[in-house]
Design a binder for this molecule. Sequence first.
Ligand code: 0PR
Length: 352
Amino acid sequence: MDAAPQDFTRVLSSMCTVPHPDARDAAATFLADNPGDPATYPAVSELEDEVVGMLGEITNLDDPQGYVASGGTEANMQAVRAARDLADTDSPNVVAPESAHFSFPKAADVLGVELRLVPVDDDRRANLDAVQAAVDSDTAMVVGVAGTTEFGRVDPIPALGDVAADADALFHVDAAWGGFCLPFAEYDWDFADAPVDTMTIDPHKMGRAPIPAGGFLARDASVLDALAVDTPYLETTGQATLTGTRSGAGVAGAHAAISALWPQGYRENYERGMENARWLVSELRSRDYDAIDPTLPLVAFDLPPGEFDALRERDWRISRTASGETRVVCMPHVTREMLTDFLAALDDVRAG
Ligand code: 0PR
């Protein structure tokens, strides 16, 4: 094989990053272990329980329920599935801001649930009035996003939770990308003081775990019970995950990454990412580009299509939002030197 893995020195669009070295080693060690069969592979299963405990610590949830999923898509889908099955209606709907990740339309399609996407406000956060207006007695779940895919915005989580509680619906927070930043950012909520029922928080994004390592957390065991099916011929008698065979590499890698980085390493990643994001915004503005103030380490700015294409041709991996802004995600591998090189390339493209 002469294919080489992606070189990260020009990757600015990804929500994945270079795994922590300990995570890489742990992943290789547990490559053949299947956490989907805890009775046969008890060691990796124990690691998974510990990862769930660690994710509970990060999100401030005592006695967390959950598991290491294949990614945010599976975790969001499972949240919708549990809500659908726990809701007392034959025609359940899910209310989410239009900024929600495209895993929600996938989940709604697979699960036969109506998805009501509602507008966001001027700052691209869920509009509470619009959410309130969309909720009715068939609403099984309300979704809040803590770190949107396109703009890194954090919805008004406690207030959305209150809307969900009033409607007797479950409240799910998608912190797939933002989850490892939130403990250090200025938000006055977590599992302990907001009415959050389920959460997605992915170690394979900001957590520096290898792929596949998503995180699905639930406050209440009834959510996992709703997801569990009987597994008659395995020694363990039920399985709540969506996938069957799963990667021990993801579980062990997540365990090693979180053990190495929580909390100080994640704090440093967050602070460095924010400093880089703010610096990039000021550099872009000094060149007369419109750039949006970052709330988490993600920069979105207006770049003419010709310049975007020219940078892509120079191997810069950048992507665009649906409304056309160019995104730079300040992941742990994105250094000030990389951003300096990127701006030099941009200046060069502008000079023609
Ligand atoms: N929720 C949010 C808020 C997300 O941003 C994402 C993925 C998901 C859920 C789904 O997670 P999985 O992709 O793990 O199932 N956000 C990125 C996106 O769709 C994922 C991504 C990651 C894209 C790395 C590109 C890439 O190189 O843009």
